[in-house]
Design a protein around this ligand. Structure first.
Ligand code: MOS
Length: 729
């Protein structure tokens, strides 16, 4: 039996509010943690299959048309068993698409993998891959988004309210701010990898993948075979951040090679390939104009920006969404430009859109506060809204003002003029930014089996380090009255019912709801066996309490157990309410007047994302976002060679992400309250919320400390020293 629910209205589950078992919400440790730290959790590249050979992707060093792959010499190299050049995609598929990744047509970007060298030993394949030297007729391409010949302006991404200009002209206080952000990378710890194995016409592929339901369809399309003949396995994934949303070159190449050879083939990307051949976040140039009246209420808002991608890619970083506003405004204007250039593909990197759009907007707000002579916290509080000012739709919950007030109190926010406090050569200052990120409901299915020993949960949902294993235990434990330790969760296998996967912060709420629904069906079984109504039962500690009777589940559940499915489908909620998560982030920084170095001294965030399912994993997600903010504000930048667009800094030595010494004490609080529209769990997507604004809090603090505005991220010491010079310090 399948318990189904279509989300088209409030549907909060009362049992979770009662929390008889006390499993939901608490900071349960991740059950797979010990397996990971002891090396027992098998990642994509860890399997050692009988007869397995090793494939290494080889890169093209310039863009153009390949006239000769020059494979003869490679094929003669020691240990080489196959060189494959046909069918390797240009770049990975984008997230949540069921179609094949784009086919290659020559070399579209420097570093594009255009051959797979397979050898008995990894070392031999690597050696031959380095010797790969195809003959290429170069083609000149646009490489710079600012000078690109082709710039698209898709109609559905533009907005221009009538009377915008008049409102702007009439406003007494206005700012016109341009913020630029560089290409960025997702930098997951686990490099992208796939091991493919065929048994007859049946393909089994172990991969580093985030969204198996979509990945399976996409791979079937790429290989022109039935979806049902593919089994994907991704029980453990070492981080994704968007870079593993879609099927990519290593998976398609491994499958093709394994078929030709009749042997399992392993393809593991080199760290440099993760940097230059997966997905980057597009660079952006964002012009933000804000005008407010004498009371500090925003009247006109404009966000005009340019991002880039390869020709033919449907994705473009959604820096502002043309159909909505999150602060008060009478008139809104959005311009979204996509420059077609031949840098590596741009795709979803942690919170695509908001991650760079909200910090820039929050920096402009800080400038507006200064221009209006209003405390930046006060300006935000004046402009919070109950309904989306553009569509008029109410928010299901949007306690932005509460997070700002609670966060300010926890952090100790004190508004003071810039350049007021100095410790030796260090200027000290504070800044804040809101965090804002949309939430959406997604379809998911799961199966739960209940036996006298406990419960088993099965779904192809992935856990990319986010906590799926833990929270699905907790939801099952709460619904069935079991210690979470007695719930086994099996994930990352397309043999299990299909979930949405880990994307768009939608994994926990969607797969969790499917599990909850399966548990509801099991509660009905239990109730029927006792001749009771399901709502009259309390399930706790492996017992069923009904009136005065307390019966062990083991006495009720038959020997073979019960197995039920849950299926949640996204209904029309988004036509009725805006579901959005929010928060407030505060930073204290020190800016060195001599060296230009910026140190973050302290950060705090107070966040709201409906019901918090596990306070420990939720806090970890928010720590992650704050740390991304430090990297974005101060250090992270992919450098493209202006001559060929190649990514120059292709490793962790040259692309520095915040290390322990860069990260100050972080504190995180939640306004933990179920959202009635967030499905039965009342939970909204949390993972990508805290990156969405964080860099803005830091750069606003830099202004408060040293009186300088760094609008070109990252704020490296050279830019700080230049700005201090101009200030005449
Ligand atoms: Mo997220 S960029 O959808 O992994």
């Amino acid at each position: 039996m399948t318990e189904t629910l279509k989300l088209d209205g409030p549907s909060r589950e009362a049992l979770l509010d009662r929390a008889a078992q006390g499993a939901i919400g608490r900071g349960l440790d991740r059950p797979e943690g010990p397996l990971k730290v002891t090396g027992q959790a098998g990642y994509a590249a860890d399997a050692r299959l009988d007869g397995m050979v090793h494939g290494v992707l080889a890169r093209a060093r310039q863009t153009g048309t390949i006239t000769d792959h020059r494979l003869e010499a490679l094929k003669a190299m020691p240990g080489v068993v196959l060189v494959l050049t046909d069918g390797i995609p240009r770049n990975p598929a984008q997230g949540a698409v069921p179609t094949a990744p784009p086919a290659a047509d020559g070399v579209a970007y420097t570093g594009q993998p255009t051959a797979l060298i397979v050898a008995e030993r990894f070392e031999d394949a690597w050696h031959a891959a380095l010797a790969y030297d195809p003959q290429i007729t170069p083609v000149a391409h646009d490489l710079d988004p600012e000078t690109a010949a082709t710039v698209e302006t898709p109609e559905d991404k533009q907005r221009a309210d009538d009377g915008w200009q008049d409102t702007w002209d009439a406003a007494p206080t206005k700012v016109d701010v341009t913020v630029t952000t560089p290409s960025l990378t997702s930098a997951p710890m686990e490099p992208h990898a796939a091991i493919a194995m065929w048994e007859g016409d049946q393909l089994t592929l172990r991969g580093g993948l985030q969204m198996l339901k979509f990945n399976r369809k996409s791979l079937a399309d790429a290989l022109d075979m039935p979806v049902a003949k593919i089994r994907l396995l991704a029980p453990y994934v070492g981080g994704g951040f968007g870079s593993k949303l879609g099927v990519a070159q290593e998976a398609v190449a491994a499958a093709l090679a394994a078929k030709q050879l009749g042997r399992p083939v392993s393809v593991v990307m080199h760290r440099r390939q993760v940097f230059e051949a997966t997905m980057r976040r597009s660079e952006s140039r964002q012009r933000i104009r804000l005008a407010c009246d004498d009371a500090g209420i925003i009247r006109a808002t404009a966000q005009e920006y340019r991002v880039s991608n390869l020709p033919g890619e449907a994705f473009s970083e959604p820096v502002a969404r043309a159909d909505r506003a999150f602060y008060a405004t009478d008139k809104l204007k959005i311009t979204h430009e996509i420059a077609r250039i031949h840098r590596m593909a741009a795709g979803s990197v942690r919170a695509p859109g908001e991650a760079i759009g909200i910090p820039a907007f929050e920096m402009a707000l800080d400038e507006l506060a200064e221009a209006a002579g209003i405390d930046p916290l006060e300006l935000r509080l004046k402009n919070t809204v109950e309904a989306d000012p553009i569509s008029g739709l109410p928010f299901s919950s949007y306690p932005l003002a509460d997070t700002l007030k609670a966060g300010a109190k926890a952090f100790g926010w004190q508004h003071r003029p810039p350049r007021q406090q100095q410790e030796g050569e260090w200027w000290i200052g504070q800044g804040l930014a809101s965090a804002i990120r949309g939430h959406f409901a997604a379809e998911a299915e799961a199966r739960v089996s209940l036996t006298a020993q406990g419960a088993i949960v099965e779904t192809d949902q992935t856990d990319i380090g986010t906590g799926s294993y833990a929270i699905l235990r907790q939801i099952t434990g709460e619904m069935l009255g079991l210690d979470p330790a007695d719930v086994e969760v099996r994930l990352g296998d397309t043999a299990f019912p299909p979930a949405f996967g880990s994307g768009g912060s939608a994994g926990a709420a969607s797969s969790g709801t499917a599990v909850l629904l399966a548990c509801r069906a099991l509660r009905k079984r239990i109730a029927a066996s006792l001749d009771a109504a399901p709502d009259d039962l309390t399930l706790k500690d492996g017992h069923v309490i009904h009136g005065n009777r307390r019966t062990a589940l083991a006495q009720i559940v038959p020997q073979e157990g019960w197995c039920e499915q849950g299926h949640v489908a996204a209904g029309d909620i988004s036509d009725k309410v805006r579901t959005t998560t929010c928060g407030a982030m505060f930073a204290q920084v020190a800016v060195n007047a001599v060296t230009g170095e910026i140190r973050v001294r302290q950060m705090h965030g107070t966040f709201a994302a409906g019901r918090i399912l596990n306070h420990k994993t939720a806090t970890s997600q928010c720590h992650g976002g704050l740390i991304w903010g430090i990297g974005m504000a101060l250090m992270e930048e992919l450098h493209h060679d202006p001559r060929d667009g190649a990514v120059v800094n292709r490793d962790f030595a040259q692309f520095h992400i915040p290390a322990n010494a860069d990260v100050p004490p972080l504190s995180v609080d939640f306004l933990d309250a179920a959202d009635d529209w967030g499905g039965p769990l009342g939970a909204l997507g949390l993972g990508e919320l805290s990156i969405s604004g964080a860099a803005g809090a830091i750069l606003n603090a830099v202004h408060n400390a040293a009186g300088i505005r760094i609008r070109d991220m990252p704020a490296t010491p050279d830019k700080v020293l230049d700005a201090l010079d101009k200030l005449g310090s």
